[in-house]
Write a protein that binds this ligand. Structure first.
Ligand code: ATP
Ligand code: MG
Length: 218
């Protein structure tokens, strides 16, 4: 039997995140990955109820979806999916990948993530299946130490290791945590998030309160 030709398969990137809020760090690594790996598109998938982040109140899925949609609007290669926010119960990457796999027409999926997330990969639900369904683009910054990650990599199979592509970008030191903190303290977030996202945060009074009640109810 002739092996199916995989060389010409569509390559799509998946950019998962809480996006609370989305910022230029996210947009930058998505664009760098698209360019470096020849991805036809990058789909942003805001998490529904992320299992790793239950400890703090998270802005409602609809607000995070709206901010993400605003942020990606100017890039024709970027798209957004509500696949995770629509799912009830906790979000598991494997379920999302499985769903995309079933919907897709043999697309090759690249899951874009900060390299630090790879440290936790062994705790993910059904990691064997995750590696069958996607390859990883793990973004590092200059000076990134591989010491911790090497320990994790040594516990993966060769095939799995080869499905993680490390990619160094210039690095933008922005985090959503920092942005939420800045808003709460009245510090500027201009040039850290797209203008429409900044306006949206102001309009709905997001991040002014600390803790679980801070989301403008919606
Ligand atoms: P928080 O501070 O709430 O954890 P965050 O800024 O890390 O938010 P997430 O939504 O948790 O944003 O991240 C989604 C993905 O983007 C993760 O894979 C994360 O590693 C990556 N990421 C976030 N910020 C950056 C950045 N400045 N540079 C590179 N990767 C980033
Ligand atoms: Mg994070």
């Amino acid at each position: 039997m002739v092996a199916p030709d995989t060389a010409n398969r569509q390559k799509i990137g998946i950019m998962g995140g809480t996006f609370d809020p989305i910022h230029y760090g996210h947009l930058y690594i998505a664009e760098c990955s698209r360019h470096r790996f020849g991805l036809q598109k990058v789909i942003f998938i805001p998490t529904g109820n992320p299992v790793h982040k239950r400890r703090r109140g998270i802005t409602s899925p609809s607000r995070r979806m709206e901010m993400t949609a605003l942020a990606i609007r100017s890039n024709p290669y970027f798209d957004i999916s509500a696949i995770e926010v629509q799912r009830s119960g906790p979000t598991y990457t494997v379920d999302t990948l499985e769903e995309l796999h079933q919907e897709g027409t043999g697309e090759k999926i690249f899951f874009i993530t900060g390299a630090d997330a790879i440290l936790e990969i062994l705790t993910w639900k059904d990691v064997t299946r995750v590696f069958e369904l996607c390859e990883f683009i793990a973004i590092t910054r200059p000076g990134y130490s591989f010491r911790e990650i090497d320990k994790v990599l040594s516990r993966l199979t060769n095939v799995q290791r080869n499905r993680i592509h490390f990619h160094q970008t210039g690095g933008i030191l922005i985090s959503s945590t920092d942005i939420r903190h800045r808003v709460r303290c009245g510090e500027p977030i201009k040039y850290l998030v797209p203008e429409q996202v900044e306006e949206y945060i102001k309009e709905y009074g997001l991040y002014l309160l600390a803790g679980p009640d801070r989301d403008g109810a919606k």
